[in-house]
Design a protein around this ligand. Structure first.
Ligand SMILES: O=c1[nH]c(=O)c2[nH]c(=O)[nH]c2[nH]1
Length: 319
């Protein structure tokens, strides 16, 4: 999170602003074939928000200790929490954009805002209702699995604030495929100790980000063009299941092709992946097709890759 004002880095803000809004507007998204996800009733619409402002007006707070123009970060926290009540939409990006626009309106000396919102997932639970299992709607389970996230950067223009960059993502996805992944054919020289692997238990950590051609599609849950992180998550595990992959590099490329195919409204998809392939301890267990593995020893390998719609034309057509 770096704001440069006339060639200088200068920003301040509040992190870990936890907003637990209940009964926000439900979100409905068009289905994709890889996912059963159809939306979120948003009974719990919870976020961890990081909010940073910048602008020339703040320079003297750094250089002279003059707080006359400083909005206390404690006030920022209060502002975010209270504005969460006023938000009438159904998406993380929409909430962040709403809070930023309100902040610009309230504090005219703020020149730009960078905001990140991590959704805090609460899973619905089934309870017995007249002999059938049905969604409780009241009791939820806090999830520490992967979560949706979004970052928006706003700059104040003459009359209004504009979004100058945006990215939505699914963060901390951890997927294991126990069989059907290989890694061989790499450079073999005096530094090589890794054996070829024709079937490895591939465990990956993944962050997947996406940018829309029109950022308004990210804000508006009603447009039918909102991309839910849960759908991207489900596409990722589908592609992992379908392909016998020669590397993580190839796997993420295939996931990217599929995401771009499913969502024509996206301009870009990007990946940060890391390799957590389990280490073999016992290869063959008599009378079983199983093995025993343990955590890999550090260090770990990683990949970064971004793709645009141009890659779709070049790449294999995603199924
Ligand atoms: O999928 C992989 N890609 C690599 O580049 C690499 N390098 C390595 O040691 N193991 C792996 N696995």
């Amino acid at each position: 999170m770096t704001e440069r004002t006339r060639g200088r880095t200068m920003y301040y803000g509040k992190g870990d602003v936890l907003t637990y809004r209940t009964y926000a507007k439900p979100l409905a998204v068009p289905p994709v074939s890889e996912s059963a996800y159809a939306g979120n009733d948003n009974v719990i619409f919870a976020h961890n928000i990081k909010f940073a402002v910048s602008g020339e007006s703040f320079l003297t707070s750094f250089t002279e200790g003059n707080n006359a123009m400083v909005v206390a970060t404690d006030s920022m926290k209060n502002f975010i929490l209270r504005q969460t009540a006023q938000y009438t939409g159904s998406t993380t990006e929409g909430l962040l954009a709403f809070v930023c626009r309100q902040f610009f309106a309230r504090y005219p000396h703020v020149a730009s805002i960078t905001v990140t919102g991590d959704r805090i997932p609460f899973d619905s639970l089934a309870v017995k209702d007249g002999g059938q299992l049905a969604e409780s709607g009241l009791v939820f389970r806090r999830s520490h699995n992967d979560h949706a996230s979004a970052t928006l950067e706003f700059t104040r223009l003459e009359s209004e604030a504009a979004i100058v960059s945006h990215v939505s993502s699914i963060a901390d996805l951890q997927l294991i495929k126990v069989s059907g992944s290989s890694f061989f054919g790499f450079i073999r020289d005096e530094y090589t100790t890794l054996p070829d692997s024709y079937d490895r238990p591939l465990f990956i950590f993944l962050n997947i980000g996406w940018r829309y051609a029109d950022v308004n599609d990210a804000l508006d849950g009603e447009s039918g063009r909102y991309v839910a992180a849960e759908q991207v998550r489900d596409i990722a595990h589908h592609v992992f299941h379908e392909f016998n992959t020669p590397s993580i590099q190839y796997l993420i490329y295939q996931i990217g092709l599929r995401i771009l195919t499913r969502f024509p409204q996206l301009a870009e998809v990007n990946f940060e992946s890391s390799n957590r392939t389990w280490e073999i301890v016992i290869d063959t267990i008599e009378g079983s097709r199983g093995s025993v593995y343990t955590e890999p020893r550090p260090p770990y390998g990683f990949q970064g890759f971004s793709m645009t719609r141009g890659d779709l034309a070049k790449g294999e057509s995603a199924r």
